[in-house]
Design a protein around this ligand. Structure first.
Ligand code: TYC
Length: 102
C-alpha cells in the first residue's frame, strides 16, 4: 500500500449543528373532491386523528388552503406525490403544494 502523501486520505471531523430544512405540505381547496376523501387522506398519509383531520379539512374548505404536515423535503415531496396519485386514481382533482418553512 502506498503512503505517497499525494494520495493520502484525510477524515475531517465536524460537530453536527445543522438541522434539515422543513417543508409544509399544503392542501388546496377545490369544489369537487369529497370531504370524506380529504379526511381519509389526512388520517392515512398525515397520521391525523379523526378530529384533527376533520378540523383541517374544514379549515381548507373555508380558507382555501391549509397545512397537512411538515417534513423534510424528500418526505414532503413523496407524500404530495402519493396523495396526488391516490386522488387521481379515484377521479378527484385534489391539489397539494409544498413550501419551505420560514
Ligand atoms: N371543497 C370540497 C367540497 O366541498 C372539500 C375539500 C376540502 C376539497 C379540502 C379539497 O383540500 C380540500 N366537497
Amino acid at each position: 500500500m502506498t503512503r505517497d502523501p499525494k494520495h493520502a486520505t484525510q477524515t475531517l471531523e465536524r460537530t453536527e449543528t445543522t438541522r434539515p430544512r422543513l417543508f409544509r405540505v399544503l392542501l388546496l381547496n377545490d369544489d369537487y373532491t369529497p370531504m370524506d376523501f380529504v379526511v381519509m387522506v389526512l388520517r392515512r398519509y398525515f397520521r391525523q386523528s379523526e378530529a384533527q383531520a376533520t378540523a383541517v379539512m374544514l379549515a381548507v374548505h373555508q380558507r382555501g388552503q391549509g397545512v397537512a404536515g411538515v417534513y423534510t423535503r424528500e418526505i414532503a415531496e413523496s407524500k404530495a406525490a402519493q396523495v396526488t396519485d391516490h386522488a387521481r386514481s379515484e377521479g378527484h382533482p385534489l391539489e397539494l403544494s409544498i413550501e419551505p418553512e420560514a
